[in-house]
Design a protein. Sequence first.
Length: 188
Amino acid sequence: MHKKNKYWQLFLSTFKLSACTFGGGFVIIPLMRERFVKELHWIEEEETLDLTAIAQSSPGSIAINASILMGYHVAGIPGALITVVGAALPPLIIISIISAFYQAFRSNKYVSMAMAGMLAGVAAVIFDVVINMAWPILKKKRWLPIAVMLAAFAATRFFSVNIILIILVCGVIGALDTMYLQKREGSK
């Protein structure tokens, strides 16, 4: 594929996904997976999970971070720049329009009802993301990633542990587990 065409397709893909995604960054992840993994075959399923984990643990919006990582993975630095513009432009346009008409939107009962309805859809999409990200881990039948996942959830939900601490601890555990697995594979 010609580079200009790939860049244009990267921009349009992230622009459309960002323009049609409501409910936060996690909602865009399954849509990116559908587009970049299943339709365009630019990224493997495992790589998508890795990029999502990096995007989630990096500071900033997960949608923007995921777009940057996907763009960089597909087309290097130009791809990252193109996808960040493509992902940031729709919310910028939409928020600019909404802010111009804020008073009318704020008091409109139909807008309030539509937002409440979208909340249920967003919850379903986030649940789908969790299942799709956890499924490959569960299929491997390894206890450590499952235990870390449950412990991280419990620490956040029930004990209000700082998310930065959880990310750091999970990163250390993941690094140690990877080193152990590589050492074990090397001895075989």
